[in-house]
Design a protein around this ligand. Structure first.
Ligand code: ATP
Ligand code: MG
Length: 414
Protein backbone atom coordinates (compact mmCIF):
# COMPACT_ATOMS: atom_id res chain seq x y z
CA UNK A 1 0.00 0.00 0.00
CA UNK A 2 1.47 3.35 -1.03
CA UNK A 3 0.24 6.29 1.03
CA UNK A 4 0.16 9.99 0.32
CA UNK A 5 3.39 11.78 1.37
CA UNK A 6 3.25 13.44 4.79
CA UNK A 7 2.25 17.08 4.63
CA UNK A 8 0.22 16.76 1.45
CA UNK A 9 -3.51 16.37 0.93
CA UNK A 10 -5.66 15.05 -1.85
CA UNK A 11 -8.42 17.31 -3.01
CA UNK A 12 -11.10 14.70 -3.49
CA UNK A 13 -13.71 14.90 -6.26
CA UNK A 14 -16.44 15.55 -3.69
CA UNK A 15 -14.71 18.70 -2.43
CA UNK A 16 -13.03 20.09 -5.55
CA UNK A 17 -16.10 22.25 -6.22
CA UNK A 18 -15.05 24.37 -3.22
CA UNK A 19 -11.69 25.04 -4.82
CA UNK A 20 -13.30 25.83 -8.14
CA UNK A 21 -15.68 28.24 -6.44
CA UNK A 22 -12.82 30.07 -4.68
CA UNK A 23 -10.65 30.13 -7.80
CA UNK A 24 -13.51 31.54 -9.84
CA UNK A 25 -14.21 34.27 -7.29
CA UNK A 26 -10.54 35.17 -7.00
CA UNK A 27 -10.18 35.35 -10.78
CA UNK A 28 -13.27 37.50 -11.04
CA UNK A 29 -12.13 39.89 -8.30
CA UNK A 30 -8.69 40.29 -9.88
CA UNK A 31 -10.04 40.83 -13.36
CA UNK A 32 -12.42 43.48 -12.11
CA UNK A 33 -9.37 45.31 -10.84
CA UNK A 34 -7.59 44.88 -14.19
CA UNK A 35 -5.12 42.13 -13.17
CA UNK A 36 -4.02 39.41 -15.59
CA UNK A 37 -3.10 35.85 -14.74
CA UNK A 38 0.58 34.83 -14.60
CA UNK A 39 1.60 31.15 -14.74
CA UNK A 40 5.19 30.20 -14.02
CA UNK A 41 6.87 26.78 -13.58
CA UNK A 42 6.56 24.70 -10.44
CA UNK A 43 10.36 24.54 -10.20
CA UNK A 44 13.02 27.16 -10.75
CA UNK A 45 16.79 27.39 -10.38
CA UNK A 46 17.59 27.27 -6.68
CA UNK A 47 19.54 30.56 -6.87
CA UNK A 48 16.31 32.39 -7.69
CA UNK A 49 14.84 31.62 -4.27
CA UNK A 50 18.13 32.13 -2.47
CA UNK A 51 18.16 35.66 -3.83
CA UNK A 52 14.44 36.30 -4.16
CA UNK A 53 13.27 34.92 -0.84
CA UNK A 54 16.53 35.55 1.01
CA UNK A 55 19.33 33.47 2.54
CA UNK A 56 18.37 34.40 6.11
CA UNK A 57 14.73 33.27 5.90
CA UNK A 58 13.28 30.04 7.32
CA UNK A 59 12.21 29.12 3.83
CA UNK A 60 15.70 29.14 2.33
CA UNK A 61 17.49 27.91 5.43
CA UNK A 62 15.39 24.83 6.08
CA UNK A 63 12.18 24.51 4.11
CA UNK A 64 13.06 24.15 0.43
CA UNK A 65 12.50 21.05 -1.69
CA UNK A 66 15.73 21.13 -3.64
CA UNK A 67 16.98 18.46 -6.03
CA UNK A 68 19.69 18.12 -8.56
CA UNK A 69 19.23 17.03 -12.13
CA UNK A 70 21.86 17.21 -14.86
CA UNK A 71 24.14 19.06 -12.46
CA UNK A 72 21.66 21.90 -11.99
CA UNK A 73 20.13 22.57 -8.62
CA UNK A 74 16.39 23.07 -8.90
CA UNK A 75 13.81 23.90 -6.23
CA UNK A 76 10.04 23.47 -6.07
CA UNK A 77 8.57 26.92 -5.61
CA UNK A 78 8.04 27.79 -1.94
CA UNK A 79 6.07 30.95 -2.84
CA UNK A 80 4.81 32.74 -5.90
CA UNK A 81 6.58 36.07 -6.16
CA UNK A 82 10.12 35.04 -7.15
CA UNK A 83 9.03 33.17 -10.29
CA UNK A 84 6.85 36.06 -11.43
CA UNK A 85 9.71 38.52 -10.90
CA UNK A 86 12.11 36.23 -12.80
CA UNK A 87 9.72 36.03 -15.75
CA UNK A 88 8.90 39.75 -15.60
CA UNK A 89 12.62 40.44 -16.09
CA UNK A 90 13.37 37.63 -18.53
CA UNK A 91 10.51 38.63 -20.83
CA UNK A 92 11.29 42.35 -20.48
CA UNK A 93 7.76 43.04 -19.31
CA UNK A 94 9.15 46.10 -17.50
CA UNK A 95 9.52 47.70 -20.94
CA UNK A 96 5.77 47.33 -21.58
CA UNK A 97 2.90 49.23 -20.07
CA UNK A 98 3.36 50.04 -16.39
CA UNK A 99 2.04 49.55 -13.84
CA UNK A 100 1.81 45.86 -14.67
CA UNK A 101 -0.75 43.97 -12.58
CA UNK A 102 -0.74 40.21 -12.21
CA UNK A 103 -2.45 37.47 -10.25
CA UNK A 104 -1.73 33.79 -9.79
CA UNK A 105 -2.93 30.64 -8.10
CA UNK A 106 -0.19 28.14 -7.43
CA UNK A 107 0.85 25.17 -5.33
CA UNK A 108 3.80 25.91 -2.99
CA UNK A 109 6.24 23.52 -1.31
CA UNK A 110 7.86 23.98 2.08
CA UNK A 111 9.37 21.29 4.26
CA UNK A 112 7.69 22.30 7.53
CA UNK A 113 6.21 20.66 10.60
CA UNK A 114 2.64 19.60 9.85
CA UNK A 115 -0.02 21.44 11.81
CA UNK A 116 -3.55 22.59 11.21
CA UNK A 117 -3.26 25.16 8.42
CA UNK A 118 0.35 24.19 7.76
CA UNK A 119 1.17 21.68 5.04
CA UNK A 120 4.19 20.79 2.94
CA UNK A 121 2.28 21.19 -0.26
CA UNK A 122 -0.20 24.04 0.02
CA UNK A 123 -1.74 26.56 -2.33
CA UNK A 124 -1.64 30.30 -2.65
CA UNK A 125 -3.52 33.02 -4.43
CA UNK A 126 -1.35 36.03 -5.00
CA UNK A 127 -1.11 39.33 -6.81
CA UNK A 128 1.78 41.60 -7.80
CA UNK A 129 1.82 45.19 -9.03
CA UNK A 130 5.03 46.41 -10.71
CA UNK A 131 6.00 49.96 -11.53
CA UNK A 132 4.16 52.10 -9.00
CA UNK A 133 5.89 53.82 -6.12
CA UNK A 134 2.64 55.43 -5.03
CA UNK A 135 0.85 54.24 -1.91
CA UNK A 136 -2.28 54.17 -4.07
CA UNK A 137 -1.02 50.81 -5.32
CA UNK A 138 -0.64 49.51 -1.74
CA UNK A 139 -4.15 50.69 -0.95
CA UNK A 140 -5.45 48.91 -4.05
CA UNK A 141 -3.65 45.65 -3.23
CA UNK A 142 -5.05 45.66 0.31
CA UNK A 143 -8.49 46.59 -0.91
CA UNK A 144 -8.49 43.74 -3.45
CA UNK A 145 -7.66 41.21 -0.70
CA UNK A 146 -10.29 42.77 1.54
CA UNK A 147 -12.96 42.66 -1.20
CA UNK A 148 -12.17 39.07 -2.03
CA UNK A 149 -12.28 37.88 1.59
CA UNK A 150 -15.46 39.80 2.35
CA UNK A 151 -17.06 38.64 -0.90
CA UNK A 152 -16.38 35.01 0.01
CA UNK A 153 -18.19 35.52 3.30
CA UNK A 154 -15.16 35.53 5.63
CA UNK A 155 -16.01 37.19 8.91
CA UNK A 156 -14.04 38.22 11.97
CA UNK A 157 -10.74 38.88 10.22
CA UNK A 158 -8.45 41.76 11.05
CA UNK A 159 -6.04 43.72 8.92
CA UNK A 160 -2.72 44.56 10.57
CA UNK A 161 -0.45 47.05 8.82
CA UNK A 162 3.05 48.34 9.41
CA UNK A 163 5.76 50.24 7.63
CA UNK A 164 9.21 48.73 7.74
CA UNK A 165 10.77 51.79 6.09
CA UNK A 166 13.54 51.68 3.53
CA UNK A 167 17.16 50.52 3.83
CA UNK A 168 18.02 54.12 4.81
CA UNK A 169 15.79 54.41 7.89
CA UNK A 170 16.26 50.74 8.74
CA UNK A 171 20.01 51.12 9.33
CA UNK A 172 19.43 53.23 12.42
CA UNK A 173 16.56 51.07 13.61
CA UNK A 174 18.65 47.95 13.23
CA UNK A 175 21.26 49.40 15.59
CA UNK A 176 18.63 50.40 18.15
CA UNK A 177 17.08 46.92 17.96
CA UNK A 178 20.43 45.17 18.39
CA UNK A 179 21.21 47.40 21.40
CA UNK A 180 17.87 46.42 22.91
CA UNK A 181 18.31 42.69 22.28
CA UNK A 182 22.01 42.36 23.11
CA UNK A 183 21.70 42.03 26.95
CA UNK A 184 19.34 39.01 26.52
CA UNK A 185 20.82 37.58 23.38
CA UNK A 186 22.08 34.38 25.02
CA UNK A 187 18.55 33.63 26.27
CA UNK A 188 17.00 33.64 22.80
CA UNK A 189 16.51 30.51 20.71
CA UNK A 190 19.28 29.37 18.43
CA UNK A 191 17.58 30.56 15.24
CA UNK A 192 17.10 34.03 16.70
CA UNK A 193 20.71 34.20 17.87
CA UNK A 194 21.83 33.27 14.38
CA UNK A 195 19.87 36.21 13.00
CA UNK A 196 21.25 38.81 15.38
CA UNK A 197 23.90 39.97 12.93
CA UNK A 198 22.39 38.94 9.60
CA UNK A 199 18.77 39.93 10.08
CA UNK A 200 17.81 41.19 13.56
CA UNK A 201 14.34 42.37 12.48
CA UNK A 202 13.41 38.75 11.84
CA UNK A 203 13.92 38.06 15.54
CA UNK A 204 10.74 40.06 16.20
CA UNK A 205 8.94 37.49 14.09
CA UNK A 206 10.26 34.58 16.18
CA UNK A 207 7.82 31.72 16.62
CA UNK A 208 9.42 30.84 19.98
CA UNK A 209 7.10 32.07 22.77
CA UNK A 210 10.06 32.41 25.18
CA UNK A 211 11.75 34.79 22.75
CA UNK A 212 8.69 36.99 22.73
CA UNK A 213 9.13 37.60 26.50
CA UNK A 214 12.47 39.29 25.82
CA UNK A 215 11.07 41.34 23.00
CA UNK A 216 8.42 43.18 24.99
CA UNK A 217 9.17 46.90 24.79
CA UNK A 218 11.48 46.56 21.80
CA UNK A 219 11.96 49.74 19.77
CA UNK A 220 9.39 50.20 17.02
CA UNK A 221 10.36 50.69 13.41
CA UNK A 222 7.59 53.26 13.02
CA UNK A 223 9.52 55.57 15.39
CA UNK A 224 12.53 55.45 13.06
CA UNK A 225 10.93 56.15 9.67
CA UNK A 226 12.53 58.79 7.44
CA UNK A 227 10.30 61.64 6.23
CA UNK A 228 9.53 59.95 2.94
CA UNK A 229 8.53 56.64 4.55
CA UNK A 230 6.52 58.34 7.29
CA UNK A 231 4.53 60.42 4.79
CA UNK A 232 3.91 57.31 2.69
CA UNK A 233 2.57 55.40 5.69
CA UNK A 234 0.22 58.29 6.51
CA UNK A 235 -1.02 58.35 2.92
CA UNK A 236 -1.77 54.65 3.02
CA UNK A 237 -3.76 54.99 6.24
CA UNK A 238 -5.68 57.95 4.83
CA UNK A 239 -6.66 55.94 1.73
CA UNK A 240 -7.66 52.87 3.75
CA UNK A 241 -9.81 55.17 5.92
CA UNK A 242 -11.40 56.61 2.79
CA UNK A 243 -12.17 53.08 1.54
CA UNK A 244 -13.73 52.21 4.89
CA UNK A 245 -11.22 49.42 5.46
CA UNK A 246 -10.49 48.92 9.15
CA UNK A 247 -6.96 48.19 10.27
CA UNK A 248 -4.64 48.19 13.20
CA UNK A 249 -1.07 49.50 13.10
CA UNK A 250 1.07 46.59 14.31
CA UNK A 251 4.84 47.16 14.63
CA UNK A 252 5.29 43.38 15.08
CA UNK A 253 4.77 42.74 11.38
CA UNK A 254 8.20 42.57 9.83
CA UNK A 255 9.75 41.23 6.68
CA UNK A 256 13.33 42.05 7.53
CA UNK A 257 14.99 41.73 4.14
CA UNK A 258 16.57 44.62 2.35
CA UNK A 259 14.37 44.54 -0.68
CA UNK A 260 11.18 44.75 1.35
CA UNK A 261 10.27 48.38 1.82
CA UNK A 262 7.59 50.46 3.48
CA UNK A 263 4.27 48.63 3.65
CA UNK A 264 3.91 45.23 5.34
CA UNK A 265 0.47 43.82 6.12
CA UNK A 266 -1.36 40.70 7.21
CA UNK A 267 -4.97 39.60 7.28
CA UNK A 268 -5.47 37.62 10.43
CA UNK A 269 -8.39 35.36 11.22
CA UNK A 270 -9.65 34.67 14.72
CA UNK A 271 -10.80 31.24 13.52
CA UNK A 272 -7.48 29.60 12.75
CA UNK A 273 -5.76 29.11 16.10
CA UNK A 274 -1.96 29.30 15.91
CA UNK A 275 -1.70 29.57 12.12
CA UNK A 276 -3.82 32.68 12.06
CA UNK A 277 -2.48 34.56 9.04
CA UNK A 278 -4.60 34.06 5.94
CA UNK A 279 -2.81 36.59 3.81
CA UNK A 280 0.54 38.38 4.02
CA UNK A 281 1.88 41.05 1.77
CA UNK A 282 3.73 44.27 1.30
CA UNK A 283 6.00 46.36 -0.83
CA UNK A 284 9.31 45.20 -2.29
CA UNK A 285 10.78 48.10 -4.20
CA UNK A 286 14.25 46.56 -4.43
CA UNK A 287 13.35 42.98 -5.34
CA UNK A 288 13.31 43.29 -9.15
CA UNK A 289 16.77 44.85 -9.03
CA UNK A 290 17.98 42.17 -6.61
CA UNK A 291 17.01 39.49 -9.14
CA UNK A 292 18.81 41.30 -11.95
CA UNK A 293 16.22 43.59 -13.51
CA UNK A 294 16.02 47.37 -13.72
CA UNK A 295 14.93 49.15 -10.55
CA UNK A 296 11.14 48.64 -10.47
CA UNK A 297 8.80 49.14 -7.53
CA UNK A 298 6.58 46.24 -6.51
CA UNK A 299 3.77 45.45 -4.11
CA UNK A 300 1.64 42.35 -3.62
CA UNK A 301 0.34 39.61 -1.37
CA UNK A 302 0.20 35.84 -0.95
CA UNK A 303 -2.88 34.16 0.49
CA UNK A 304 -3.09 30.59 1.78
CA UNK A 305 -6.03 28.80 0.17
CA UNK A 306 -6.15 25.94 2.72
CA UNK A 307 -6.32 28.47 5.57
CA UNK A 308 -8.99 30.38 3.70
CA UNK A 309 -11.07 27.20 3.37
CA UNK A 310 -10.69 26.41 7.09
CA UNK A 311 -11.79 29.96 7.89
CA UNK A 312 -14.78 29.78 5.55
CA UNK A 313 -15.88 26.56 7.17
CA UNK A 314 -15.54 28.10 10.64
CA UNK A 315 -17.61 31.07 9.43
CA UNK A 316 -20.35 28.66 8.37
CA UNK A 317 -20.12 29.66 4.71
CA UNK A 318 -21.79 27.02 2.56
CA UNK A 319 -20.18 26.89 -0.83
CA UNK A 320 -22.89 26.01 -3.34
CA UNK A 321 -22.50 22.53 -4.75
CA UNK A 322 -23.18 22.48 -8.49
CA UNK A 323 -25.78 20.06 -9.87
CA UNK A 324 -24.11 16.92 -11.03
CA UNK A 325 -26.66 15.79 -13.56
CA UNK A 326 -29.64 17.29 -15.39
CA UNK A 327 -30.67 14.21 -17.32
CA UNK A 328 -29.82 10.55 -16.92
CA UNK A 329 -30.47 8.30 -19.87
CA UNK A 330 -31.24 4.73 -18.94
CA UNK A 331 -31.31 2.18 -21.72
CA UNK A 332 -32.17 -1.48 -22.03
CA UNK A 333 -31.02 -3.51 -25.02
CA UNK A 334 -28.09 -2.88 -27.31
CA UNK A 335 -29.82 -0.77 -29.97
CA UNK A 336 -31.32 1.42 -27.22
CA UNK A 337 -27.94 1.71 -25.54
CA UNK A 338 -26.44 3.08 -28.75
CA UNK A 339 -29.38 5.49 -29.12
CA UNK A 340 -28.77 6.61 -25.53
CA UNK A 341 -25.21 7.57 -26.42
CA UNK A 342 -26.54 9.69 -29.29
CA UNK A 343 -29.23 11.34 -27.17
CA UNK A 344 -26.63 12.14 -24.50
CA UNK A 345 -24.38 13.83 -27.04
CA UNK A 346 -27.31 15.86 -28.33
CA UNK A 347 -28.37 16.98 -24.87
CA UNK A 348 -24.80 18.05 -24.04
CA UNK A 349 -24.61 20.09 -27.22
CA UNK A 350 -27.69 21.87 -25.92
CA UNK A 351 -25.78 22.62 -22.70
CA UNK A 352 -27.27 19.95 -20.45
CA UNK A 353 -25.36 17.77 -18.05
CA UNK A 354 -26.39 14.45 -19.52
CA UNK A 355 -25.15 11.15 -18.14
CA UNK A 356 -25.62 7.88 -19.98
CA UNK A 357 -25.37 4.43 -18.45
CA UNK A 358 -22.00 2.98 -19.42
CA UNK A 359 -22.21 -0.26 -17.44
CA UNK A 360 -25.04 -2.02 -19.21
CA UNK A 361 -26.72 -2.72 -15.87
CA UNK A 362 -30.37 -3.53 -15.31
CA UNK A 363 -32.99 -0.79 -15.26
CA UNK A 364 -33.40 -0.78 -11.50
CA UNK A 365 -29.68 -0.29 -10.92
CA UNK A 366 -29.58 2.50 -13.51
CA UNK A 367 -32.47 4.36 -11.88
CA UNK A 368 -30.87 4.04 -8.48
CA UNK A 369 -27.64 5.44 -9.88
CA UNK A 370 -29.56 8.35 -11.48
CA UNK A 371 -31.23 9.06 -8.17
CA UNK A 372 -27.88 9.16 -6.34
CA UNK A 373 -26.54 11.59 -8.94
CA UNK A 374 -29.43 13.89 -8.16
CA UNK A 375 -30.65 13.89 -11.76
CA UNK A 376 -33.72 16.07 -12.33
CA UNK A 377 -34.88 13.95 -15.25
CA UNK A 378 -34.44 10.42 -16.38
CA UNK A 379 -35.04 9.29 -19.94
CA UNK A 380 -35.76 5.58 -20.17
CA UNK A 381 -35.72 3.68 -23.41
CA UNK A 382 -35.74 0.07 -24.49
CA UNK A 383 -35.85 -1.46 -27.93
CA UNK A 384 -39.66 -1.13 -27.91
CA UNK A 385 -39.50 2.65 -27.29
CA UNK A 386 -36.77 2.91 -29.89
CA UNK A 387 -38.96 1.27 -32.55
CA UNK A 388 -41.79 3.72 -31.80
CA UNK A 389 -39.53 6.84 -31.58
CA UNK A 390 -40.55 7.60 -28.01
CA UNK A 391 -38.95 7.65 -24.56
CA UNK A 392 -40.29 7.36 -21.05
CA UNK A 393 -39.52 10.68 -19.38
CA UNK A 394 -39.34 10.43 -15.64
CA UNK A 395 -39.54 13.54 -13.50
CA UNK A 396 -37.29 12.45 -10.65
CA UNK A 397 -38.59 14.99 -8.14
CA UNK A 398 -42.25 14.07 -8.49
CA UNK A 399 -41.66 10.45 -9.50
CA UNK A 400 -44.02 10.84 -12.45
CA UNK A 401 -43.44 9.25 -15.81
CA UNK A 402 -44.83 10.12 -19.26
CA UNK A 403 -44.29 8.58 -22.64
CA UNK A 404 -43.26 11.23 -25.17
CA UNK A 405 -41.77 11.42 -28.65
CA UNK A 406 -38.03 12.18 -28.37
CA UNK A 407 -38.38 15.82 -29.54
CA UNK A 408 -41.18 16.46 -27.06
CA UNK A 409 -39.05 15.02 -24.26
CA UNK A 410 -36.23 17.40 -25.22
CA UNK A 411 -38.66 20.34 -25.15
CA UNK A 412 -39.91 19.29 -21.73
CA UNK A 413 -36.36 19.08 -20.38
CA UNK A 414 -35.46 22.49 -21.76
P1 ATP B 1 3.61 31.65 8.69
O1 ATP B 1 4.12 32.74 9.58
O2 ATP B 1 2.23 31.19 9.04
O3 ATP B 1 4.60 30.54 8.52
P2 ATP B 1 4.64 32.83 6.32
O4 ATP B 1 5.11 34.19 6.72
O5 ATP B 1 5.63 31.75 6.15
O6 ATP B 1 3.45 32.34 7.27
P3 ATP B 1 4.01 33.71 3.66
O7 ATP B 1 5.30 33.26 3.10
O8 ATP B 1 3.76 35.18 3.82
O9 ATP B 1 3.74 32.96 5.03
O10 ATP B 1 2.84 33.06 2.80
C1 ATP B 1 1.57 33.68 2.58
C2 ATP B 1 0.44 32.83 3.12
O11 ATP B 1 0.54 31.48 2.70
C3 ATP B 1 0.40 32.71 4.63
O12 ATP B 1 -0.20 33.84 5.18
C4 ATP B 1 -0.45 31.47 4.81
O13 ATP B 1 -1.82 31.76 4.67
C5 ATP B 1 -0.01 30.61 3.67
N1 ATP B 1 0.98 29.62 4.11
C6 ATP B 1 2.30 29.81 4.32
N2 ATP B 1 2.91 28.66 4.67
C7 ATP B 1 1.93 27.70 4.65
C8 ATP B 1 1.92 26.29 4.89
N3 ATP B 1 3.02 25.62 5.20
N4 ATP B 1 0.73 25.62 4.80
C9 ATP B 1 -0.40 26.28 4.46
N5 ATP B 1 -0.44 27.61 4.22
C10 ATP B 1 0.70 28.32 4.30
MG1 MG C 1 6.29 30.19 7.36
Amino acid sequence: MINIPKGTKDILPQESYKWQWLEERFRQTCERYGYKEFRTPIFEHTELFQRGVGETTDIVQKEMYTFEIAERSLTLKPEGTAGVVRSFIENKLYAGQLPAKYYYATPCYRYEKMQKGRQREFHQFGIEVFGSQSMLADAEVISLANDFLTGCGVEGFKLHINSIGCPKCRAEYRKALQDFIRPNLDKLCETSQGRFETNPMRILDSKDPDDQKYLVGAPKITDYLCDDCRTAFEELQRDLDALGIEYEVDPGIVRGLDYYTKTAFEFISDKLGAQSTICGGGRYDNLVEEIGGPSTAGVGFGMGIERLLITLEACGVEIPQPDECDVFIAAMGSAAQTKALQLGAELRRAGKKAIVDVCGRGLKAQLKYADRLGASWCMVLGDDELARGVVQLRDMKNSTQTELPVEKAFEEIN
